[in-house]
Design a protein around this ligand. Structure first.
Ligand code: SAM
Ligand code: SF4
Length: 323
């Protein structure tokens, strides 16, 4: 279905939990989020699947499961299995911190998941533990390797670049792309998350990252990638993998935005940067018909703003929206 600015809205991002087994410094406070959602407050898998089935009738063909950390929610494999069986959904992905990937990769693959996005902001054990507050790099690297062996493709590695924190690893990540068949994507740090970490000083633009790679690692050759979403891709000569750049702060991505978001507590969000939400859970639990739920989805699609006027920090934590 098209929105009022002629954008085809075919992508639903679903946060299945606000809980997480890490506490990344840019996403969650050390003690975790204050008002963690209770089991009753989060949508059941059945409710989520119902929404997706209805969204398919409006043209949704792509679903991404996120969180919090999606792999900490019980029953996630069974849920993916049901999701993969929905006619009309031809692209299912998950965004994970990778900590539990080693244990889940095989089951997830067999359930029908083929595309993986893994957040990994440092290749240095100490730095990784500092950024995630208590994660172990080894767990994530082993999870990624296992996923690769099993056959997941593509494997996308998302790196949020922060000056003075991990920007000294830009070159290391670029070198890594020569050895591994992954899409390593540098993401511009956004003022999100309700935390006070973001500042201009920490921000590093994609142009600066590219220029640093070109100067110190090698020439970036432009590559066209199917289903590239908001990323722009390049490769280094002879590399096994690709380097991607996601530039929400320095390019205008709104004109190409094709997504709706469903939060863990059942709110539909038409834009990451607008706190306008529609309480879908209320309708799902009031025994509304599929036709009524469909109408709410249509209304949300129509409410998508043409572009964000300025960056506002969402009122709720990123872990409940899903990034
Ligand atoms: N826990 C999972 C993970 O970390 O991959 C999924 C949820 S996490 C909120 C989704 C994505 O949002 C992660 O890749 C994370 O790096 C990204 N993210 C969170 N806060 C961000 C920010 N301020 N700027 C850019 N990306 C951010
Ligand atoms: Fe957890 Fe992902 Fe947020 Fe890190 S970015 S605290 S892994 S939800």
């Amino acid at each position: 279905m098209k929105d009022q600015y002629n954008r085809e809205i075919n992508y639903l991002r679903v946060s299945i939990t606000d809980r997480c087994n890490l506490r990344c410094i840019y996403c969650m406070p050390e003690e975790g989020i204050k008002q963690i959602l209770s089991h009753q407050e989060i949508l059941t898998y059945e409710e989520i699947l119902r929404v997706i089935n209805i969204a398919v009738t409006l043209g949704t063909s792509k679903v991404r499961i996120t969180g919090g950390e999606p792999l900490v929610r019980k029953g996630v494999v069974g849920f993916i299995e049901k999701l993969a069986k929905i006619d009309g959904i031809n692209d299912i992905g998950i965004t994970t911190n990778g900590v539990l990937l080693k244990s889940y990769a095989k089951d997830l693959f067999e359930a029908g998941l083929k595309r993986l996005n893994i957040s990994l902001d440092s290749l240095d054990e100490k730095k990784f533990s500092m950024i995630t507050r208590f994660g172990h790099l080894k767990d994530v690297l082993e999870g990624i390797e296992k996923a690769n062996e099993i056959g997941f493709t593509p494997i996308k590695i998302n790196v949020v670049v922060m000056r003075g924190i991990n920007d000294n690893e830009i070159e290391k990540f670029a070198q890594w792309s020569k050895e591994v068949p992954y899409q390593i994507r540098f993401i511009e740090f956004m003022p999100l998350g309700g935390l006070k970490l973001w500042s201009k000083e920490l921000f590093v633009s994609s142009d600066e990252i590219k220029s640093r790679i070109q100067t110190t690692v090698g020439n970036l050759i432009s590559v066209q990638v199917k289903k590239s979403g908001p990323a722009e891709y390049f490769m280094l000569q002879g590399a096994k993998g690709l380097l991607g750049f996601i530039s929400p702060m320095t390019t205008h991505m709104c004109a190409r935005c094709n997504r709706l978001r469903l939060t863990a507590d059942g709110k539909l969000r038409a834009c990451l940067f607008s706190d306008k939400e529609i309480d879908l859970k209320k309708h799902l639990r009031a025994a509304s018909s599929d036709k009524e739920i469909r109408k709410i989805l249509i209304k949300t699609i129509h409410s998508k703003p043409q572009a964000m006027s300025k960056y506002i920090k969402p009122l709720r934590p990123m872990s409940t929206i899903g990034g």
